[in-house]
Design a protein around this ligand. Structure first.
Ligand code: 5AD
Ligand code: SF4
Length: 488
């Protein structure tokens, strides 16, 4: 009669993901880990039996969101409990890692707090939380001691990847034609503003064969484009099955050999780790998209030094020259922080000038946010909030213009577009250019899952429009699509 036990009933899982793409990847992996335990995707928090908030700690605003969301979820839970239904609430991600005990103190109703290195333990942690619920009753569970097994943040390195299941085929098909694949986690750079080395820990790289196997599983489920992820992805230093050291450049060459994998990207990189092999990969590999996210953070040498970036403005510009020599059409993307402690008007002008000099196709701009435990937080020369706000506005205006100009410069060109989904309007499809631009065009639905040559005819603020230039055979067809075409 086991099927009547509550733990064997089908369950629904809702994961709310905050922050970077690594969290998006992790959320998918957690869903994959819970699937064999009867958890399928809920449509929203209201119909979930388990809700996970996969959190971000990078800036203060991101991490405070968690506590307001927990307050809202507790109300949902109270309603559910009044109906005699179970709802478990967990916090995962970088806030979980950084503030584990504090979360349970501020929100005692939270059932589990799981740091990024412990996701492979999620099924057993959920099972334990359910036992606690049934054994104690909600009120007693809420007042139980902090160290009752709810907080799981003490786990080493990269062992989770040995235990997490491969992406599930059905889930991958549902997720679409592009996928993330984490190859590296953590960071040893210790930029003085950044919490990552503390929340995600020391840098670790997954072995090559594990990555190739995962890429093959994704392709087998129809994925055509993979973005390799790491907090500092170009510091990747894995080993292959013969024990040889492999850097990111070498890894990209190997992944380019995976049949059916049409496009590769990677993010996010540190200028110090752009080595010759990686630059050569940009020259040699058609599958490696001509788009490079290479944060510089500031254009001022004094601020770069205070940030402990370990490169100068000139180093960064020289590096871009080298990359452009290898791949002349490469589109540059970057991250910028304004108002780092000690940043003067003149320093900020240097940031504006490096942006003008490089010309970015896309850029992410942030106001400096003091993070507890980082060297920046202890600096005495903090920049007043209104000054930061004014600088952010000016920088944003500049990068917005550049992004629009980049789109406009594509008008008249023919770009290969991976057609990913139906567009908002009937008869419209949406896809991505090699430069990661969103592209809209009129095309029949059966072309989803193909890469088509598209002439760009107009550029808007956030996307570009085009039309397919030839009716020749598609350049590439996803495995998933070709399976569909074979069916009667
Ligand atoms: N304040 C503001 N922005 C930050 N970033 C990282 N830490 C902080 C901080 N304390 C930005 C950097 C990084 C991006 C992911 O977030 O620009 O590249
Ligand atoms: Fe943070 Fe710097 Fe590491 Fe990037 S390189 S994750 S900004 S410490």
């Amino acid at each position: 009669m086991t099927e009547n036990k509550p733990e064997n009933k089908p369950k629904r899982l809702f994961i709310k993901t905050y922050g970077c793409q690594m969290n998006v990847y992790d959320s998918d992996r957690m869903a994959d880990a819970m699937a064999p335990h009867g958890y399928s995707a809920a449509s929203g928090p209201e119909d979930a039996d388990l809700i996970l908030l996969n959190t971000c700690h990078i800036r203060e605003k991101a991490s405070e969101k968690v506590f307001s969301e927990l307050g809202r979820l507790n109300e949902i839970r109270a309603e559910r409990q009044a109906r005699g239904e179970e709802l478990l609430i967990g916090v995962t991600g970088c806030v979980a890692q950084a503030e584990g005990e504090e979360i349970v103190r501020r929100s005692p109703e939270v059932d589990l707090v799981v740091g990024p290195q412990a996701y492979h333990h999620l099924p057993e942690l959920v099972a334990k939380a359910r036992t606690r619920h049934h054994g104690l009753g909600a009120r007693e569970a809420a007042s139980a001691a902090t160290r009752d097994g709810r907080v799981a943040t003490d786990f080493p390195g990269i062992e989770k990847f040995d235990h997490l299941p491969l992406p599930r085929r059905e889930a991958t098909i549902a997720r679409g034609l592009t996928a993330f694949l984490t190859v590296q986690e953590g960071c040893d750079k210790f930029c003085s503003f950044c919490v990552v080395p503390y929340t995600r820990g020391a840098e670790v790289s997954r072995p090559v064969t594990q990555i190739i196997r995962e890429a093959e599983a994704l392709v087998e489920a129809g994925v055509m484009e993979i973005t390799l992820l790491g907090q500092n992805v170009n510091a990747y230093h894995g080993v292959d099955d013969r024990g040889r050291a492999v850097g990111l450049g070498d890894l990209l060459y190997r992944l380019a050999d995976v049949d059916g994998l049409e496009r590769l990207r990677y993010t996010t990189s540190h200028p110090r780790d752009m080595d010759d092999a990686l630059i050569a990969a940009h020259r040699d590999l058609d599958k490696l998209m001509p788009y490079l996210h290479l944060p510089v953070q500031s254009g001022s040498d004094a601020i770069l030094k205070a940030m402990n970036r370990r490169h100068t403005r000139a180093d960064y510009l020289r590096l871009i020259e080298r990359v452009k020599k290898a791949r002349p059409d490469i589109a540059m993307s970057g991250d910028f922080i304004v108002g780092f402690p000690g940043e003067t008007d003149a320093d900020f002008e240097e940031t504006l000038s490096i942006v003008r000099e490089v010309g970015y196709a896309s850029a992410f701009t942030f106001k400096y946010s003091s993070r507890p435990g980082t060297p920046g937080a202890g600096m005495t020369n903090q920049v007043p909030e209104p000054v930061k706000a004014e600088r952010l506005d000016r920088l944003l205006a500049l990068v917005t213009t550049q992004m629009r100009d980049f789109g406009k410069a594509c008008v008249g060109r023919t770009l290969d577009v991976l057609l990913e989904r139906k567009g908002r309007m009937p008869g419209q499809l949406g896809g991505r250019s090699p430069y990661l631009q969103a592209v809209h065009l009129e095309a029949p639905e059966h072309l989803i899952g193909t890469i088509q040559p598209v002439e760009i005819i107009a550029a808007g603020n956030n996307s570009i429009q085009g039309k397919i230039v030839t009716d020749k055979e598609p350049k590439s067809v996803s495995v998933h699509e070709s399976i569909a075409l074979l069916q009667p």
